[in-house]
Design a protein around this ligand. Structure first.
Ligand code: GUN
Length: 292
C-alpha cells in the first residue's frame, strides 16, 4: 500500500488568510486605506446564506471592510443591476461578489457581466477570462487558484507534469486548465463525452476532479504516485437517513494509490474563501496601480 499524504486544505487556507491579513495591514500603513469586499445576496437559499455569512466573517477577520447587500427573492433584475452599478462607482469597494445561484427571473450572465472587471473578485467576467488565457495580470477564479495552491503544497514545481482536469465548467475546469498551463503542465481536459476516460486519467501525474459526479474517479484510474485534487462537493445519502458529503473522487480507493490527495470536506473547500480574500487585495492593488 502506497503511503499517501492527506493535503490539509484547512491549514493551508489559514496560511493564505494570514498572508492576506499581513497585506491588508501593509495597505493601511503604506497606502492609507483598507480594501473592501461587497457581497450581494438575492433570496433565501440556505446554502448561499451560510456562504455569505462565512465570507463576511472572514473578510472582517482579515482586517478588510465588508458589506452585505441582502435583497428579497422578488427583487427585479433592474434593481440588482443598479446596485452593482453603484458598487462599481464606489471607490471604497474594491471587490464585488454576486452570490450564485440568482433567482430564475434574473439573468445571471447579465448581472455578472455588469461587474467592473477590475472589481470582479470571482474572475468570471469575459474580460478577466481573456486576460487569464493571454497571461495578463488579472483576477483568477477562486476555486481554481485554491486547487493549484494545494497541488503546489505537495510539489512546488509542476512544470512538465501531465495534468488531467475532469470537467470543463467556466467556474473550475476551464480556468484551472489555464492556470496549469501557466505552470507548464501538459494539460488534458476530460469531460462527459471523453472516451475511455479512465485511461486518460491513468496517464496523469496530477488529477483535478471537478465534474460534479459523486465518487466518479475510482482507484484503478489513478497512476501510482499521482497527486489528486478533488473539487467536488456532493451531498449523498449516508447512514441513518442522514446525508453526507463526498467528492468526485472515491477517496478510500484513490488514497491507496495516490502520493497525495485532498479530503472532502477539508480539502479544496476552505481554500475558496481564502482565495476570494486574496483576490480582494489584488483587486485593490490593480485599481490603485500598486505593483505585485
Ligand atoms: N455560489 C457558490 N459558489 C460561488 C462562487 O464561487 N461565487 C459566486 N459568486 N457564487 C457562488
Amino acid at each position: 500500500m502506497q503511503t499517501h499524504r492527506i493535503i490539509d486544505g484547512k491549514a493551508i487556507a489559514a496560511q493564505v488568510r494570514e498572508g492576506v491579513a499581513k497585506e491588508v495591514a501593509l495597505m493601511k500603513s503604506a497606502h492609507g486605506f483598507l480594501p473592501g469586499l461587497a457581497v450581494v445576496l438575492v433570496g433565501e437559499d440556505p446554502a448561499s446564506k451560510v456562504y455569505v455569512k462565512n465570507k463576511g466573517e472572514q473578510t472582517k477577520a482579515s482586517g478588510m471592510n465588508s458589506w452585505e447587500h441582502k435583497l428579497p427573492a422578488e427583487t427585479s433584475e433592474a434593481e440588482v443591476l443598479a446596485i452593482v452599478q453603484k458598487l462599481n462607482d464606489d471607490p471604497a469597494v474594491n471587490g464585488i461578489l454576486v452570490q450564485l445561484p440568482l433567482p430564475k427571473h434574473i439573468n445571471a450572465e447579465k448581472v455578472l457581466n455588469t461587474i467592473h472587471p477590475d472589481k470582479d473578485v470571482d474572475g468570471f467576467h469575459p474580460v478577466n477570462v481573456g486576460r487569464l488565457w493571454v497571461g495578463e495580470r488579472t483576477l483568477v477564479p477562486c476555486t481554481p487558484t485554491g486547487s493549484v495552491i494545494l497541488a503546489k503544497s505537495v510539489q512546488p514545481n509542476l512544470s512538465g507534469l501531465n495534468a488531467v482536469v475532469i470537467g470543463r465548467s467556466n467556474i473550475v475546469g476551464k480556468p484551472v486548465s489555464a492556470l496549469l498551463l501557466r505552470e507548464n503542465c501538459t494539460v488534458t481536459i476530460a469531460h462527459s463525452k471523453t472516451r475511455n476516460i479512465h485511461n486518460v486519467v491513468k496517464g496523469a501525474d496530477l488529477v483535478i476532479a471537478a465534474v460534479g459526479i459523486p465518487e466518479m474517479v475510482r482507484g484503478d484510474w489513478i497512476k501510482p504516485g499521482a497527486i489528486v485534487i478533488d473539487v467536488g462537493i456532493n451531498r449523498v445519502p449516508g447512514e441513518a437517513g442522514k446525508t453526507k458529503l463526498v467528492g468526485d473522487v472515491n477517496y478510500e480507493e484513490c488514497a491507496r494509490v495516490a502520493s497525495a490527495i485532498t479530503p472532502v470536506p477539508g480539502g479544496v473547500g476552505p481554500m475558496t474563501i481564502a482565495c476570494l480574500l486574496k483576490n480582494t487585495v489584488e483587486a485593490a492593488k490593480i485599481q490603485r496601480g500598486i505593483k505585485d
